[in-house]
Ligand binder design. Structure first.
Ligand SMILES: *Cc1c(COP(=O)(O)O)cnc(C)c1O
Length: 729
């Protein structure tokens, strides 16, 4: 048996010692009052430590803690929050949503494998949308009381901080992650020894030991494998060091650690999942490891594969070919020729598991996942269609429409993403239990009760918070001696809260076409420089460290930001991460997205924006095909052009200019005698009303439960009967 011992915690006055428990459970990331409690102890330090409560408690002046322990007002909030926390931690089945509504799943654990989890800016073990989605999935599982256990990797050089030089070029500065300064605890055995998991690389020639860390997310534990362990060859220690860093071989090694190491980790901790969920092909090797276990216990490959298939869910996330992991057969030989005999396979049958016509003779991990996971989905309706077409070759005997990949559209964890000013308004005007029923349309219909004046004041508060942060970042970088005057200008400190502000922030993958808006500079200049109706645009996003094309796009925007024709109205904010994302999705006026159709599998940042009353202006691709209400009732939808390449770009750029000129700008500046844009506010409220419930992580997770998890857990019948009469939107 295994026990988790906390690393030495911070010495705290007895009366407020439970701050340690609050700090080490990421529950605080979506409980505003818990965050406010930390902040109150020292607001300046709270920002300095980037809202990391563990680091915060370590650095806090003990005198402040002593004062807080004597302060009746502080103590009363403290007691209230600790009580709420304890209720959450100790809740029994009958008190959770799953316990009441899907009791057959309440004692069946699901293991959720993901190469990244985006939980909070303080724990940088994610790179973008895929990780943030996994984080939102885990938080929602906690809210619902779904017994989920996450498995991932600890990235010690967790992520790359983006620095843009004066030439506009992105530099990737590794930021060391010290797990002892994070809300993570190492896992030890009862006898006080560290838990180590063993895997080997290159057919046994490189044995590895992996340490195990745990992050607690409300009721949900996530275990992280760590290869930086004494005794491992020095180069392997850096293995889990950098998210998606290095070459293909590095990637394969990481996926061996995640998939094979992940299964062994759960076994070592005595955790017996009833069913399994692989988030994207990165986790594919966990399927083979489970087959191997059964073959070792006497099954044939086919028997073992059938069992694995029956209780495994697989989610594919991208229609972009480069987004799928493929490895050449020589590499597979080098890592698996001693492994496939343990699966009861020869080389040919093994390699056939990863075959996909479009990947040539390479081994495709999405194909492997689809062959060994019996319950699969794409992440929007359109992406479901695209995936069925893409993977039809695996089911040649079926018509395309019967390829067994369903679609479950992504959603976002609303409590994480709704800004404080709006959440305070929702507390006053929405039903009191809006947080408990975020997927009910009737909850959001009451958005119309909010007076326009208060609604707009809350929005402006979010806008000012964003502008303040951009100012502060520019000031800090300038005083560090890192920025020249041009860079200060480009980073956007001169934004005007009165001007219509567009936001564009996401990874700089080329299909997202970040520079599309610059295709006709003169026209763009007329739009942004209109003296009566000015428009400003804030960009943010990181390019993959190896993606020179993506870096060139950033450089182009950075250069444009200095182009005097554009009047200083274009900004590029460095270092896009979840903290900046929260400020942007609530603080701009319009969320812009112009991917090349149909490459955007879903997209989630637009959902976050809409839930904050920031309408989308977007190509009709991914989730927006489902979210957009024709007639521009909740945002603006731009139909993809039927042409290709440059002609397509040009036509769509023109459509965006026209939409901005004729529909977006006039509506924003159409003010009543009270100075408020009433028609705009009506549209913003409609964005919240129509998007928040349908694109909530609550709706998403219940769909996973009813359409995939119940089947994978083998309790489909019980769940199916309950679906009728449970209409939510
Ligand atoms: C939500 C989010 C994303 C995903 O954005 P898309 O719209 O899916 O491109 C990426 N990065 C961060 C930091 C996010 O918060």
């Amino acid at each position: 048996m295994v026990a988790t011992l906390a690393v030495p915690r911070v010495e705290l006055p007895e009366r407020i010692a439970r701050l340690n428990d609050l700090a080490f459970n990421l529950w605080w990331t979506w409980h505003r009052s818990a965050r406010a409690l930390f902040r109150e102890l020292n607001p300046v330090l709270w920002d300095v430590v980037e809202h990391n409560p563990v680091l915060f408690l370590h650095r806090l002046d003990p005198a402040r803690l002593d004062a807080a322990a004597q302060n009746p007002r502080f103590l009363s909030s403290y007691d209230e929050i600790v009580a709420e926390f304890d209720t959450m931690v100790s809740s029994r089945d009958g008190e959770t949503w799953v316990g009441r509504n899907r009791p057959e799943l309440a004692d069946r654990r699901v293991a959720y494998f993901s190469a990244e989890f985006g939980l909070h800016r303080a724990l940088p073990i994610y790179s973008g949308g895929l990780g943030v989605l996994a984080g939102d999935h885990a938080k929602e599982a906690s809210d619902l009381g779904l017994p989920l256990v996450g498995v991932s990797l600890l990235y010690r050089q967790g992520y790359l901080r983006q620095r843009i030089d004066s030439g506009g070029w992105q530099h990737d500065v590794p930021a060391a992650l010290d797990p002892r300064a994070e809300p993570t605890t190492q896992v030890f055995r009862d006898d006080g020894e560290e838990v180590f998991i063993e895997v080997d690389l290159e057919n046994g020639s490189i044995p590895l030991r992996l340490a195990v860390w745990k992050v607690q997310v409300g009721r949900v534990p996530i275990y992280l494998l760590d290869s930086d362990v004494e005794g491992n060859p020095s180069w392997t220690r850096a293995l889990a060091s950098r998210l998606y860093g290095g070459d293909r071989e590095h990637r394969l090694r990481q996926e061996i650690v995640l998939g094979i190491g992940g299964v062994r980790l759960l076994r070592a901790l005595g955790i017996e999942p009833a069913y399994w969920h692989a988030n994207e092909g990165h986790a594919a090797l966990h399927l083979l490891e489970r087959v191997r276990e059964q073959v070792a216990a006497g099954s044939t490959f086919d028997e073992a594969a059938a069992t694995v298939r029956a209780n495994t869910v697989f989610t594919t996330h991208t229609p972009v070919p480069a987004g799928h992991d493929v490895f050449v057969p020589e590499m597979m030989d080098r890592y698996f020729s001693a492994y496939w005999p343990q699966l009861g396979l020869n080389r040919e049958r093994f390699l056939a598991l990863g075959r996909h016509a479009e990947s040539g003779n390479a081994f495709n991990f999405t194909a492997l996942s689809l062959r060994l996971a019996g319950h699969a989905n794409g992440v929007s309706e359109k992406h479901g269609d695209v995936s069925r077409e893409m993977w039809h070759g695996l089911w040649p005997d079926r018509p395309e429409s019967e390829v067994p990949i369903i679609s479950i559209t992504n959603g976002v964890h609303l409590r994480t993403w709704i800004s404080s000013p709006l959440a305070r308004l929702y507390d006053r005007y929405l039903p009191r239990d809006w947080r408990e029923r975020p997927d009910h349309a009737s909850v959001w219909d009451t958005i119309l009760n909010i007076p326009d004046e208060e609604f707009w004041a809350a929005h402006l508060q979010s806008k000012h918070a964003l502008i303040d942060e951009l100012d502060e970042r520019a000031r800090r970088r300038y005083t560090e001696g890192q920025f020249d005057a041009w860079q200060v200008l480009s980073s956007g400190p001169f934004q005007n809260a009165g001007a219509l502000t567009l936001g564009f922030a996401r990874r700089f993958a080329t299909y997202k076409r970040a520079t599309l808006l610059f295709s006709d500079i003169e026209r763009l200049a007329r739009i942004v420089n209109n003296p009566d109706f000015p428009v400003q645009i804030i960009f943010a996003g990181k390019a993959h460290p190896a993606d020179e094309d993506g870096k060139r796009l950033i450089q182009e925007i950075y250069t444009r930001a200095r182009d005097s024709r554009l009047g200083g109205r274009i900004a590029f904010a460095e270092d896009y991460e979840m903290g900046l994302a929260s400020l942007l999705v609530a603080g701009v006026d319009v969320w812009l997205n112009n991917p090349r159709y149909p490459m955007e599998a879903s997209g989630t940042s637009g959902m976050k924006a809409a839930a904050n009353g920031v309408p989308n202006c977007s190509i009709l691709d991914g989730w927006w095909i489902e979210g957009y209400e024709p007639g521009d009732r909740n945002g603006w939808g731009i139909s993809p052009s039927s042409r290709e390449g440059e002609a397509q770009d040009e036509e769509e750029a023109n459509a965006i200019y026209e939409t901005l000129e004729q529909r977006v700008v006039p509506l924003y500046y159409d003010r009543g005698p009270d100075g408020l844009p009433h028609a705009w506010i009506a549209l913003a409220k409609e964005a919240i009303r129509t998007v928040a419930p349908r694109f909530s992580a609550r709706r998403m997770l219940i769909e996973y439960i009813d359409r995939l998890y119940a089947r994978a857990a083998g309790v489909e019948q019980a769940s199916a009967g309950r679906r009728a009469g449970d209409k939510r939107f």
